[in-house]
Design a binder for this molecule. Structure first.
Ligand code: SF4
Ligand code: SF4
Length: 207
């Protein structure tokens, strides 16, 4: 029947309107920002950079490989790789982003940067209260504004962050086991070599 969809829509609107006087479930208006819907885990707004420890500069997981910058469809990520290396949160020497900016007025929240990062260093935030009348100061986020702790990541995406933590812990354990095995093999080889080398008599001693 022509107009059936319109009638159904109006009936639903009327049901919600009159129902809101008797049922709280029908009250769909929230007095934002004082009232907010509970955050769902799958929500996403703009990217942030994950840090593993206290000092955000040292603890940043990003090693400035620039893969996210290349893959970002609207090209709103700008990275300058450091010339030197410094220890990361695990004490390993790494390059780091001397500059890392994201223009969130251009970002389309596609999450591609988070998906391509091999280091789990960039993830999607849920913070969307970012409107500003300062085009560059307010919406061009530098690395200090992008840096957020792993605890924060766990608080907004607990399931995803727990899986990342478990994977990184597994990788760390594998690397430590490999390094330990290599050190043991090296000391065993040195001991073998020392045992096979004849002791040279001291000068003046009979040979
Ligand atoms: S966020 Fe990830 S992909 Fe982007 S530069 Fe840093 S390490 Fe590379
Ligand atoms: S979410 Fe998409 S558009 Fe935004 S910075 Fe990442 S890759 Fe670029």
């Amino acid at each position: 029947m022509i107009g059936e969809g319109i009638l159904k829509g109006m009936a639903e609107t009327a049901r919600n309107f009159f129902g809101s006087y008797v049922s709280k479930d029908r009250l769909v208006t929230l007095q934002y920002p004082e009232q907010r819907d509970p955050q769902i885990e799958a929500a996403r707004s703009f990217p942030f950079l994950v840090c593993d420890g206290g000092d955000w500069q040292q603890a940043m997981r990003c090693v400035a490989c620039q893969i996210c910058e290349k893959e970002c469809p609207p090209k709103c990520i700008f990275i300058e790789k450091s010339k030197d290396k410094k220890p990361d949160a695990n004490g390993k020497l790494q390059f780091y982003p001397a500059v890392f900016n994201i223009d969130i007025s251009v970002c389309m929240s596609c999450q591609i940067c988070a998906e391509v990062c091999p280091f789990d260093a960039i993830k999607m935030d849920v913070d969307h209260d970012l409107s500003s009348d300062d085009r560059f100061g307010g919406l061009l986020l530098n690395k200090q504004r992008l840096a957020k702790s792993n605890e924060y990541y766990n608080s907004i995406h607990p399931t995803e962050a727990a899986a990342v933590d478990a994977r990184l812990a597994g990788e760390r354990a594998r690397q430590e086991a490999k390094a330990k095995a290599a050190a043991e093999a090296k000391s065993a080889a040195e001991a073998k070599l020392a045992a096979a080398t004849p002791v040279q008599p001291a000068i003046g001693e009979p040979r």
